[in-house]
Design a protein around this ligand. Structure first.
Ligand SMILES: Nc1ncnc2c1ncn2[C@@H]1O[C@H](COP(=O)(O)OP(=O)(O)OP(=O)(O)O)[C@@H](O)[C@H]1O
Ligand SMILES: [Mg+2]
Length: 256
């Protein structure tokens, strides 16, 4: 990759879901280490963008180009994307009954380590880091032994997503409404973890509707998704405008 290339390069991305074209033409560059906030009305396609980038099969790419860290992201399957350093925290993290949380996360961490040419962590080495991560995210250690998200509360699921991110240390993390359903300590833990990973070089696209968290993250840019395109790019003032006036903008039709 040329040093001037962005980490994530999205050009004219068109995505169909079911019968609908949800993303019409998304163009976006995320430089390595940057933090962007993505805003947009309910149903505007924010989760669609994250899930498409992660390789979810329900989201059909009908056109455009996506390069990640110099590679053709759209040519890779979901596992390859994760190994390359892409991470998505789900807006609604699913349960995986029957799969122990610690085994699940260790398998993911070791797959990423293998792709970087690093040795696999055994259960003992993994557990030390996992315990620390669980503690700082306010998750009882016993949750490491439970099936993934099985019976977890809404906030616990979000904290569990963050634990995975902390242990995976991705190159790019898309956090889809990580703050929704989290208590005030959880939101503080998000901001602290994001800052720590950013200092180590992780870039972020953070989807959020909440001004207080957006301000705490001090984003490099705020983007607004509308009608299947990035309709506006600005700084924190764009988030303030949206908080004040809502998503209706002069000269734009309401969401179809
Ligand atoms: N399987 C599907 N069939 C038809 N439409 C779908 C399907 N899945 C998603 N959609 C539609 O795609 C649109 C975009 O949804 P998406 O979840 O990406 O929005 P969002 O911007 O993340 O919204 P929110 O702020 O509510 O999380 C919505 O109108 C949704 O109903
Ligand atoms: Mg969403």
């Amino acid at each position: 990759m040329k040093t001037t290339d962005p980490l994530l390069h999205v050009r004219d991305l068109r995505v169909d879901v079911g019968e609908r074209t949800v993303l019409k033409s998304v163009t976006l560059d995320v430089p390595a280490g940057a933090l962007f906030v993505l805003m947009g009305a309910n149903g505007s396609g924010k989760s669609t963008l994250g899930l498409t980038l992660a390789g979810h099969p329900r989201y059909r790419v009908m056109g455009g180009e996506v390069r990640f860290d110099g590679k053709d992201l759209l040519a890779m399957n979901a596992q390859e994307r994760a190994r390359a350093g892409f991470f998505l925290s789900f807006q609604s993290p699913p349960d995986i009954p029957g799969v122990k949380n610690n085994l699940f996360i260790r398998s993911a961490v070791n797959a990423v380590r293998e792709s970087r040419g690093e040795t696999a962590l055994d259960a003992f080495d993994f557990l030390g880091g996992a315990r620390d991560a669980a503690k700082r995210l306010g998750l009882p250690e016993a949750m490491l032994n439970r099936p993934v998200n099985d019976g977890f509360s809404g906030g616990e699921r979000k904290r569990n997503e963050l634990m995975q991110m902390a242990l995976l240390a991705p190159k790019l993390a898309v956090l889809d409404e990580i703050d929704s359903g989290m208590d005030i300590d959880g939101v503080r833990a998000v901001v602290a973890l994001v800052q720590e990973l950013r200092a180590k070089g992780t870039a972020f696209v953070v989807v959020s509707h909440y001004l207080q968290m957006i301000e705490s993250l001090a984003p490099d840019a705020v983007l607004r998704l509308h009608e299947g395109c990035i309709a506006e790019t600005g700084g924190l003032s764009l988030a303030h405008d949206i908080a004040r006036t809502g998503f209706a903008r002069a000269g734009e039709p309401a969401v179809a």
